[in-house]
Design a binder for this molecule. Structure first.
Ligand SMILES: Cc1cc2nc3c(=O)[nH]c(=O)nc-3n(C[C@H](O)[C@H](O)[C@H](O)COP(=O)(O)OP(=O)(O)OC[C@H]3O[C@@H](n4cnc5c(N)ncnc54)[C@H](O)[C@@H]3O)c2cc1C
Length: 333
C-alpha cells in the first residue's frame, strides 16, 4: 500500500518556496502556508546577490530562467571611506561570469511561485501554533501535516526555546525612485550595482534595483550624537534625495552555533511515475530530513547570519569574486 506524506511548509519566502519547488521536481507534493493575503500584498524589499543560491535554483530546474532575468551588471561595486575616498571599484565586463548576479527579491519570489502548481501556495494562512500533526492558523482554521517545515521564525519554537536577541544594531531603508531621471548625477555616482561607505561602526549602502530605484540603507551601532560627522557631503546629498519612504529595522540574532535535538521522522514518498536521478533523490532526501530535524530551511544559521551581517561585511567576501583584472584600486585624489 502506498501512503502519502503531507508536507506542510510555513512561510512563502524564498526558502519555503525553493523547498516546495525542489520537492515538486522530485515528485513530492507539499503545501506552503503564507500569512500574507496575496503575492503582491507587501513589497518584498531590495536586491539579492545570488551566489550559493544558484545551486538551489539549479536543483529547482530554474537556473536558466534565473540567468535570463538576473542583472549581471549588478555585480559592480564601489567601496568608499566615510571621507569620500574611493577604496575599491569593480566594474563587470559584459563577458564576466555571473558569479553573484543581482535580482530583485520580488522577481525571484515570482520565479519560484510561477514554477509551482496552482494551489501549492495558500495565502492568508498565518501560522499560530502547531504540533501533533495539526497546524492552527490565526483565522481559526487548521490543517494536518506529517512533516512540518518552518520557513519563517515562529515554527522554530517547536524545536528550541532560543529566541533572537537584539544586536544593538539598527538599520533604516530609504530610496530614490527613478534615479536616472530625477537625479542623474547621483545615479552616476552610485553606478550600476552597489555603492558602500563604511567606518566607525556605521555604514551607508546604496544599491540599484531592477525598477530604476536606488535603495539606500543606513546602519549604525553606538554612534556619536552627530552620527554623520566627518562623512563626506556626497553621502548627505544622497540621503537628502531620498523620498519619504522609510523602513526601520532592528537587527537581531539567534545564538551562534544554535542546534536542537533531532526529532524522529520519516521521508516523504515521491508521486508515482516520477523518476529522478539517484543523486538528486539523495540530495532531496537529505534536504527533507534536514528540514525535519536540525535546521529548518531558511531559518538556520546561514539565514540568521545573512540577516545579521551588515552589508559591508557581505561586500568583503565579494572582493575576491571577480578576476583581478576587473578590479581597480584608486588612491585618494
Ligand atoms: C538586508 C538583507 C539583505 C540580504 N541580502 C541577501 C543577498 O544579497 N543574497 C542572499 O542570498 N541573501 C540575502 N539575504 C538573506 C535572504 O533574504 C534570506 O536568507 C532569505 O530571505 C530567507 O528566506 P526565508 O524564506 O527563510 O525567509 P523570508 O524570506 O523572511 O520569508 C519568510 C516568509 O514567512 C512568512 N511568514 C512570517 N510569519 C508567518 C506566519 N506566522 N505564518 C505564515 N507565514 C509567515 C513571511 O510573510 C515571509 O513570506 C539578505 C537579508 C537581509 C535582511
Amino acid at each position: 500500500m502506498t501512503t502519502t506524506t503531507t508536507v506542510a511548509i510555513v512561510g512563502a519566502g524564498l526558502g519555503g518556496l525553493a523547498l516546495a519547488r525542489v520537492l515538486h521536481v522530485q515528485g513530492i507534493d507539499s503545501v506552503v502556508y503564507e500569512r500574507e493575503s496575496s503575492r503582491t500584498a507587501r513589497g518584498q524589499g531590495g536586491m539579492l546577490d545570488i551566489q550559493s543560491g544558484q545551486r538551489a535554483l539549479r536543483e529547482a530546474g530554474l537556473i536558466g530562467r534565473f540567468h535570463a532575468i538576473a542583472r549581471r551588471e549588478g555585480q559592480d561595486l564601489r567601496l568608499l571611506d566615510p571621507d569620500g575616498t574611493l577604496l575599491l571599484q569593480e566594474d563587470t565586463p559584459d563577458d564576466a561570469p555571473a558569479v553573484r548576479p543581482e535580482l530583485d527579491r520580488a522577481d525571484l519570489r515570482d520565479l519560484l511561485l510561477d514554477s509551482l502548481p496552482e494551489g501549492v501556495a495558500r495565502w492568508g494562512h498565518a501560522y499560530r501554533s502547531g504540533g501533533d500533526g495539526v497546524l492552527q492558523f490565526a483565522d481559526g482554521s487548521s490543517a494536518t501535516y506529517d512533516l512540518l517545515v518552518g520557513a519563517e521564525s515562529r515554527v522554530r519554537a517547536l524545536l528550541t526555546d532560543a529566541r533572537p536577541e537584539h544586536t544593538g544594531q539598527h538599520a533604516f531603508e530609504l530610496g530614490i525612485p527613478d534615479i536616472d531621471r530625477t537625479h542623474p548625477d547621483l545615479a552616476a555616482m552610485v553606478g550600476r550595482g552597489s555603492y558602500w561607505a563604511r567606518g566607525n561602526g556605521q555604514s551607508l549602502t546604496a544599491q540599484r534595483n531592477g525598477d530604476g530605484r536606488v535603495r539606500v540603507y543606513l546602519s549604525f551601532h553606538h554612534t556619536a550624537e552627530d552620527w554623520l560627522a566627518g562623512w563626506h557631503a556626497q553621502f548627505s546629498t544622497l540621503i537628502a534625495a531620498c523620498d519619504g519612504t522609510v523602513a526601520a529595522r532592528s537587527i537581531s540574532t539567534l545564538p551562534v552555533g544554535l542546534t536542537w535535538p533531532r526529532p524522529p521522522g520519516r521521508l516523504p514518498r515521491r508521486r508515482r511515475g516520477v523518476r529522478t536521478r539517484d543523486v538528486r533523490t539523495h540530495q532531496c532526501r537529505r534536504q527533507a530530513f534536514r528540514a525535519n530535524t536540525g535546521t529548518p530551511v531558511g531559518t538556520g544559521r546561514r539565514a540568521a547570519n545573512a540577516r545579521v551581517l551588515p552589508a559591508p561585511l557581505r561586500g568583503r567576501a565579494r572582493r575576491t569574486v571577480l578576476p583581478d583584472r576587473h578590479c581597480g584600486i584608486s588612491s585618494p585624489a
